[in-house]
Ligand binder design. Structure first.
Ligand code: NI
Length: 170
């Protein structure tokens, strides 16, 4: 089932998520499946639970955009263990459609998380995966990529979005 994606301005996107405590339930499996379906339908490489209105520490990532089944990643209650290096690259967000900006991120990110069954695991991502891990984990803390832009750029985007909202186009 394709879920509705919440857009910038919805307070759910700027609220901290709570930890998932019920693992391995049919509801959690269904939600993860729906989140992948929603992400692929919108041509995203990552989707976090608050983007579909749920304040759970849960995110799905697939930097292959559906090309490689092994690239499918589910992260529950994820925590960044370490960050290394730097990269600057264009970033977008399904909750802020139409806006892409250069964002500085760590080049490598080591993350620990739990899978759907509640098994702990660690993953180290480089480049695009590192970027996706940092972007999606930010979402779970109520942080959008706009926060990483200069105040000037951020205000410009906010003003453009306000206009779109007034015009009924957001
Ligand atoms: Ni996003």
């Amino acid at each position: 089932m394709i879920l509705e994606i919440r857009k910038y301005g919805d307070p759910v996107l700027e609220t901290r998520c709570g930890k998932v405590t019920n693992f391995g339930t049919p509801e959690l499996e269904k939600l993860v499946g729906d989140m992948f379906e929603t992400m692929y339908a919108n041509k995203g490489v990552g989707l976090a639970a608050p983007q579909v209105g749920l304040l759970h520490q849960l995110t799905v990532i697939d930097t292959s955009a559906g090309e490689d089944p092994e690239a499918k990643l589910v992260l529950i209650n994820p925590e960044i263990v370490s960050l290394e290096g730097q990269q600057i690259g264009e970033e977008g967000c399904l909750s802020i459609p139409g806006f892409r900006e250069d964002v500085r991120r760590a080049m490598s990110a080591k993350v620990k998380a739990f899978d759907v069954k509640g098994e702990a695991f660690e993953i180290t991502g480089e480049e695009l995966l590192a970027r996706a891990l940092q972007h999606e984990i930010d979402h779970l803390h109520g942080i959008l990529f706009l926060k990483h832009l200069s105040p000037l750029k951020r205000d410009l985007i906010r003003r453009k979005i306000s206009k779109l909202v007034k015009a009924g186009e957001w």
